[in-house]
Design a binder for this molecule. Structure first.
Ligand code: M6R
Length: 595
């Protein structure tokens, strides 16, 4: 999830590249760099923001070049891991967005051939391979290398003696901006909107050659593709949100990609890079807020899938818990990696000899620097204060981790692991199914929008989902909401139920189903409106609930991901209906760095 820009024309490239990179900064990147062709190929790059790059005072003269802002996935945010990358002979420079899945094999090939590599990234192998494949035609060299590459990429390549940009895309956005006597390319439209609004969306498997006066598109087989441009009518701010009204909505819709990227390279082999983690007798999962709800599901997964007794502990309560002094494994979950409560828990656990695995979305954050083992979620930058895509990515990371530990612990047969992994691989598609249902969810929001209180109920895997649904609703719509394990209703909360207290029940077709139906009946008997999140094709639930929001059928342990996406949409539309400031709810910060 990096930012890419490229320019070729008659103007000086450097100011345009830096300006375009600034326009991508709202996404919060960790490194920046540019390469400009003049008399030579000039490169400047560093860890930090675009301002850190500018502070190095590059003064590059030249009319074509590329620029990049990085969101680290392979290798921490350092100067050497920043893009652009040069090949060993300094002829080519490349920027890349995405993940090269088979990079280890390609990297080994380069090492064996004696090619010196300067970074820990998957991206650098591409430029080295392109240079080795080059016979005087950059486009042909890029095509031949991409035919060997597995994974996602948006790339732009320049050569110091050829006046052209070569771009290619697979599962990573790349848009070409057309103008007279100059052309642009970028991963995001806002980077170019100041210069042109005539855009060509490159499709997966397509390559483009840009010169000041022409743009040609072809596919990986070499066949040429007609150029079709569109005129963009958004303003710059709309464009940053990709046409979505709020970042939260955009991020909800980015979940199929975030989940896919979190799994890339890691399945089917469960290659998590955690071989040096010692198998624990006991696991403690620590986190705050939404990440704590991931920890709660994680506890169940570690016990069921890995066969290891586990406990989820609020990070802010960790030092007071009896478990604080135990050795064993601590799994610390944090989107930002900067939440002080979580960091304090981790520091205390490490001081007492525990090994720690961090599940984190920001590489280079304090959490990733202070822990020996890191399992990155790859959701990309999350701007909305309410956690959405990072939560479901955390769940995916925990499924992978539980399956990995379960295999090592011999709690699962190889066949069971493969079945779970196969189900996981279907998740992006199933999540897309929930998103495709957004209009029905939007219509349901009206039912809740005037309520003062709402109750979310679920059992087993979906008890944490109920808590997360309630948190999401309260933080962005300011409706008081509580999440309960459905079995608890009769022990107290049902005293509050009546016609003004909607109940949102998570009722997938799994072993909790019959008891969930009973809980819905008990609620309905108090006149409470009930909205059920239920499996497609389930007819029975419609007889007891007032409204049914459908989610696709899935392996029961994965239903929390699907139900969560539906609940995120529901909260979003309720908040919108109530006119709330969705991306920046009152009193909340994206990252809580105080105890
Ligand atoms: O960055 P972290 O995941 O450590 O943040 C933890 C919580 O502050 C965070 O999940 C918070 O609850 C979100 N606002 C929830 O939407």
């Amino acid at each position: 999830m990096c930012g890419i820009v490229g320019y070729i024309g008659a103007q000086q490239a450097q100011p345009i590249l830096l300006d375009s990179l600034h326009r991508l900064e709202y996404r919060g990147y960790d490194s920046a760099g540019i390469a400009v062709v003049g008399d030579t190929l000039q490169v400047e790059k560093c860890a930090g923001k675009v301002s850190a790059l500018e502070a190095k005072h590059p003064h590059f003269s030249g009319t074509w070049g590329i620029g990049h802002t990085r969101w680290a996935t392979h290798g921490p945010p350092t100067d050497s891991n920043a893009h652009p990358f040069l090949d060993a002979t300094g002829q080519f420079a490349l920027i890349h967005n995405g993940i090269i899945e088979n990079y280890q094999g390609l990297r080994q090939e380069l090492v064996t051939a004696g090619v010196p590599l300067t970074s820990q990234t998957d991206s650098e192998v591409l430029v080295q391979l392109i240079a080795r494949a080059d016979k005087g035609d950059t486009l042909a060299a890029v095509r031949s290398v991409l035919n060997r590459v597995e994974g996602s990429y948006g790339i732009v390549v320049i050569h110091r003696g050829r006046q052209e940009l070569v771009a290619a895309r697979n599962q990573s956005p790349l848009v070409i901006g057309l103008s007279t006597g100059e052309q642009f390319v970028a991963s995001d439209i806002p980077a170019m909107l100041r210069y042109t609004n005539e855009m060509v969306y490159l499709q997966d498997g397509q390559l483009a050659r840009l010169t000041p006066s022409s743009v040609e598109i072809s596919d990986l087989a070499g066949a040429s593709v007609p150029l079709r441009s569109e005129t963009i009518t958004w303003n710059a701010e709309d464009a940053e949100r990709g046409g979505y009204e709020h970042f939260m909505l955009k991020e909800i819709f980015e979940q199929p990609k975030a989940i896919l990227e979190t799994m890339l390279e890691r399945v089917p082999d469960l290659d998590l890079g955690l071989e040096t983690v010692r198998l624990p007798r006991r696991i403690r999962l620590v986190a705050c807020g939404t990440a704590f709800h991931a920890a709660m599901l994680g506890k169940v997964l570690m016990e069921q899938i890995a066969g290891i007794p586990s406990e989820a502990i609020l990070a802010s309560e960790f030092t007071f818990s009896g478990a604080v002094g135990e050795p064993g494994l601590v799994i610390a979950i944090s989107q930002s990696g900067e939440t002080l409560d979580t960091l304090s828990a981790v520091r205390e656990a490490r001081r007492r000899g525990a090994q720690v695995v961090a599940v984190c979305n920001v590489m280079g954050s304090t959490l990733t620097r202070e822990t020996e083992h890191v399992l990155m979620t790859r959701a990309g930058p999350e701007i909305g204060v309410a956690a959405t895509k990072t939560f479901t990515s955390q769940l995916v990371a925990l499924y992978l981790l539980a399956a990995y530990l379960g295999r090592r612990n011999r709690h699962l047969e190889a066949e069971q692991v493969s079945r779970l992994v196969a189900e996981l691989r279907r998740l992006p598609r199933l999540v897309q199914g929930v998103l495709d249902n957004h209009q029905a969810i939007q219509m349901t929001a009206e039912w809740i929008a005037s309520a003062k209180d709402a109750f979310f109920i679920g059992r087993q895997f979906n008890y944490p989902t109920a808590l997360e649904g309630a948190l999401k609703l309260k933080e962005i719509s300011y409706i008081h909401a509580e999440g309960y394990a459905a079995g608890e209703l009769k022990h107290g909360p049902i005293a509050l139920f009546g016609k003004d207290t909607p109940v949102i029940a998570i009722v997938p077709k799994d072993e909790t189903y019959a008891k969930m139906i009973n809980a819905i009946r008990e609620s309905g008997a108090r006149g409470t409106p009930v909205i059920a999140i239920a499996t497609e094709g389930d007819q029975e639930v419609a007889q007891v609930a007032d409204i049914v929001i459908r989610i696709p059928e899935s392996e029961p342990r994965l239903s929390p991901v699907l139900a969560t996406v539906a609940l995120q949409l529901l909260s979003y539309y309720v908040a919108k209906y109530r006119g709330c400031e969705i991306d920046k709810p009152r009193n909340l910060a994206k990252s809580v760095t105080v105890e």
